[in-house]
Design a protein around this ligand. Structure first.
Ligand code: GLY
Length: 359
């Protein structure tokens, strides 16, 4: 299967190469760097390190993945590692792992010597379809998720879909939540493609994975190119995320995989959209619920409470919105939906409606 290439038309533009064996393009992606260093998820390095052999010996920092990677302490460790490895602005850091590695490594690269290049080699579905494309970087603070970060576009992204074969089931489910979000944002054709690929995705079919990652990256590249720093339309990519961040805050970071919280958040955003009479196609809510359920994802809070065994109390979720970084202080903002590919941005919801949605 040959590689697909999607160009993110930022200034400068960069390629996202997608398909099995995309990692073979890594030496070429870093060819202009005077030095190269690797920030890797230690588990991914064990499983797939052999795919990096063509790089030769490079300074490597292997750390645990997951939200535990996104701390001030880990950021400091990565910066010290870059300095100890003798890197310059003209060097390149490669991140190899899930979205948390891309978030952490991207942030470190944006800070080190006021900015060096980063190439992402994402190995989870979530990182391939979302986190590694678009230049968002972040760590978490005790007050909330992703509260400290920058925009720092990568020089190249290599989505090697063969690495998805070893994904733990929870990681795959997490990626599928972002896949549904992206297809809904993309519009009818992306949604229909995902519905057609759903069984193949669940079976880990290589062609279905490559087609889905390519379609999601194409949607994301389009949005990022017209709004790289999230002043306008890019805010639509936060569909389901205001709910998801409150859920993750209440559950404790890492207790509910991000994309699983996003799935419940999409269901809640659609319910709110229906309650406010925004849906031009009333069948859309049931259609997305059916797709989420088919992919093994929770379409609402009761399903999430049941599958996670967490209570997720309404008052704690309401308080959790205070940690959202997108809206004004005390006024969380939501992305709602009027149709496939049609969003309403910056919507504030009445407290009564929010409480009934979260019950
Ligand atoms: N994950 C949403 C964005 O990149 O804007």
């Amino acid at each position: 299967m040959s590689l697909a290439t999607v160009t993110v038309a930022t200034e400068p533009p960069y390629p996202v190469r997608i398909g099995p064996a995309a990692l073979e393009a890594l030496p070429n992606a870093v060819a202009s760097a005077d030095r190269v260093a690797l920030l890797a998820d230690e588990r991914v390095l064990d499983l797939h390190g052999a795919s990096l052999a063509a790089l030769g010996e490079v300074p490597t920092l292997a750390i645990g993945g997951g939200e535990d990677a996104k701390t001030l302490g880990k950021l400091g460790a990565v910066l010290e590692f870059l300095a100890a490895a003798g890197l310059a602005r003209s060097s390149t850091l490669i991140t190899f792992g899930g979205g948390t590695l891309a978030d952490l490594g991207g942030l470190a690269a944006s800070l080190f010597k006021r900015g060096m290049q980063v190439v992402h080699a994402p190995t989870t579905l979530l990182a391939q379809v979302d986190a590694s494309v678009g230049g968002k970087t972040a760590i978490n603070l005790s007050a909330g998720k992703n509260l400290a970060g920058t925009f720092h576009q990568p020089a190249e992204v290599l989505c090697d879909t063969s690495t998805l074969a070893t994904l733990p089931a929870a990681e795959r489910a997490s990626g599928l939540g972002e896949v549904v979000k992206t297809a809904l944002i993309g519009g009818e054709a992306d949604l229909a493609l995902l519905e057609a690929q759903a069984d193949g995705l669940l079976a880990g079919d290589a062609a279905a994975l490559a087609a889905t990652v390519t379609s999601c990256v194409t949607v994301k590249a389009r949005v990022v190119a017209c709004d790289p720093t999230e002043r306008g339309p890019r805010r639509g990519l936060n569909l389901g995320h205001t709910f998801a961040h409150a859920i993750e805050h209440v559950a404790g970071y890492g207790a509910v995989p991000h994309g699983v919280a996003v799935a419940a958040g999409i269901g809640l955003a659609l319910r709110a959209s229906a309650e406010l009479g925004l849906l031009t196609d009333p069948a859309l809510e049931a259609r997305i619920r059916a797709l989420l359920e088919r992919l093994g994802l929770p379409a609402d809070l009761s399903a999430l409470r049941q599958s996670s065994g967490l209570a997720l109390p309404v008052d704690e979720l309401m308080a959790g919105f205070a940690h959202d970084k997108k809206g004004a202080v005390g006024r969380p903002e939501f992305v709602l939906v009027s149709g496939a590919g049609a969003l309403e941005l910056g919507v504030t919801l009445e407290v009564d409606l929010l409480q009934s949605l979260l019950a």
